[in-house]
Every structure is written in C-alpha cells, then in structure tokens.
Design a binder for this molecule. Structure first.
Ligand SMILES: [Zn+2]
Ligand SMILES: [Zn+2]
Length: 339
C-alpha cells in the first residue's frame, strides 16, 4: 500500500455516533439513525433500529429482525463473507470476526488504502460462528473491552467441563447458568453439548427467541425446553440457561437451592463474582483477551491502530511502547451491552 494516497483519517473518521466514511457516505455501527449503515453484528450497542438502509451479513439481519421487528430498517442488503461491493466508489467487504453468529469485520478500501473495522471480535474457538480472519491493513480499528494484561480468558471447553463436574458433584441442585442472551448463551449450550452432555437444557423466556433463531440458522443446540412449560421436578439437577439479570431475581427461587453460574469474561475478577453471589464463575468471553488483542494487532501489520471502546488508555499506551501509532476514538455508546 504505497504512499501518495490521502491518509485514512481524512476519509474515515468518528462523528460521535459512529465511524463515518465520507466518500462512501455511510456509517459503521452508528449510534443514531442514519441513511446508510454497515452493521458489524447484532449486539444492541452496534445494531440499532431505524436506519434507512442496512448492509450486513444475512445472520446479522435476521438477528436484528428478531430483536427489533421486521421493519427495523428501511431496507436491508445481505453481503456474504468474501463478497465485495462498491458504495459510491468505496470498496466494502465483510470478513468473519468470530464474536457471535453473523459477526463481521468491515474491510474498507479507498484511494489505495485499507482500513479494517473489526467491531467486536475474538480469536478463541467458537462452534457457533465462523472464525476470525486476519486481514492486513493500513489502519486497524479495534475494541479493547478486556484491554488490560490481567485479562486472560479460559478455554470455553474447560469451563464447560467445570460446569459438568459441578453437576456430577451436586446432582440434586439445578445449575442456573447466566449468559448474555445473544451469542454467549448459545455458545455455552453448544460447548456443553460438545463436552458430552446430551440431556435436555432448559431456557428462561429471555433467551428463547435468539436461541430459536440460532437453531433456524443451522446451529444444532440439542434438546431444549422452556422453563415456563416444564415441570419443576424434571428440571431438578439439570442445566437452566438464563439472562444474567435473572440469577438474582424472584424467578430463580423456583429452583430451591440452585448453583448459580455466570459465563463472562468479567468472572476473571474475583470481586465481581463475589459481589454478584456467583457460586460457579465461568471465565468465558466473546471478546479478545489481552494476549489475543496484541497478537491480532501485530498480525494485521497495521501502521496505525484506532481504539473504539473499552480500556483504550491502557492499550494506546502499550502500543506506543512497542512503537505502534495508536489513538483512542472515544466513540460514545459502545460497550453498553453486558458480556
Ligand atoms: Zn458485541
Ligand atoms: Zn460491543
């Protein structure tokens, strides 16, 4: 990628509500309604309703329709991984981000320069979505949700084994597993299946619609039942998936004395699990941890790194110390959804 091209920040820049590509006249993951949006994935801090036109993967579009309704944008255009389109002369391509089903990095090329907007992403194995692909670029735009050296996630399979060991040790206690309702919940179910658990798994109403959608989109999650339609006796000693907020509320009392588990990258922080009264913390995240974050930045060979949200100060400081140009974009409204 040679030089007399205009620097990327003259044609791609933050405008408070997201990144704006001026020659293409589109936004990536805007925080307010815009005419033309490219959406990386279905989490609510990235995908909002009310845009004129949305470009995203077919899976992300399906997720948006389940969450916000069929008419949540004026029009939708699905772009498959690897397909390239031109928006007002700007080349746009989606590449897997490995974060949740349908999640994509947006590769934007104009005037001989390439920027990659990675959205949220991870490098760890996840059987519910396509794995992250490294794209070499001039500017790499990254999150830093877990951008501190202390954050190192466990392997999801290892945490699933911990859950099954606890079930074996306490077969009379229901295991309530709090997991974010888009991505984490479905990944945990799939990983528990891959670890050899084939009994029915029960679902809180708050995780049903998106778990159903994963099934429809071809992710086999085994035998699932709604808690509301199940006999309390049949759920004894089984796994029940619920949103994290349900762990501490009245709803959970129907299970007597359950083991409460929470699958989240934040479970690395002991104070958090203790404060939430979590008996079985499972350190599973859908975001990169510190070593993956640094590895990815180096592999992209980007000259410059822009940090959208999270621990941007720590990351920018570290990148400076290894001789990389880095800056915090301070985009507002990102990282609002629980992990
Ligand atoms: Zn996300
Ligand atoms: Zn996010």
């Amino acid at each position: 990628m040679s030089s007399p091209a205009p620097p990327v920040d003259t044609w791609l820049y933050p405008v408070g509500s997201g990144l704006y590509c001026e020659p293409g006249d589109f936004y990536v993951d805007p925080g307010r309604k815009v005419d033309r949006a490219v959406i990386t994935h279905g989490h609510s801090d990235h995908a909002r309703s009310g845009h004129g036109a949305v470009l995203a993967t077919a899976e992300t579009i399906a997720i948006m329709k389940v969450r916000y309704g069929e008419d949540c944008a004026g029009s939708f255009q699905a772009l498959a991984f690897g397909e390239t389109i031109s928006i007002n002369g700007v080349s746009v391509r989606l590449v897997p981000a490995g974060h949740i089903l349908g999640s994509a990095q947006v590769v934007i090329e104009w005037a001989g320069r390439r920027a990659v907007v990675s959205g949220d992403y991870k490098r760890a194995a996840d059987p519910t979505c396509a794995p992250f692909e490294v794209v070499q670029c001039d500017v790499f735009i990254t999150e830093a949700t877990f951008g501190l050296p202390v954050f190192r996630h466990e392997k999801a399979a290892h945490e699933a084994e911990k859950l099954l060991a606890s079930l074996a040790a306490e077969p009379d206690r229901t295991h309530l597993v709090g997991a974010y309702n888009l991505g984490k919940c479905q990944r945990m179910i799939r990983v528990v299946r891959d670890t050899g658990y084939d009994k029915p798994i029960y679902l809180h109403g708050g995780v049903m619609a998106l778990t159903d959608l994963y099934g429809k989109l071809g992710i086999d999650l085994g035998e699932l039942h709604a808690v509301s339609e199940s006999d309390p006796k049949s759920m004894r000693g089984s796994i029940v998936m619920c949103p994290p907020s349900a762990l501490g509320d009245r709803w959970s009392r129907r299970f007597g004395d359950p083991v409460t588990a929470f699958a989240s990258g934040w479970m690395r922080v002991r104070g958090r699990s203790r404060q939430m009264g979590i008996e079985l913390p499972l350190v599973v995240s859908d975001h990169v941890d510190w070593p993956e974050l640094i590895q990815t930045i180096i592999e992209t060979e980007a000259e410059e790194v822009w940090v959208t949200h999270g621990r941007e100060d720590a990351l920018v400081h570290y990148l400076g110390s290894i001789g990389k140009k880095a800056r915090a974009l301070a985009l507002v409204g990102y990282g609002e959804e629980a992990e």
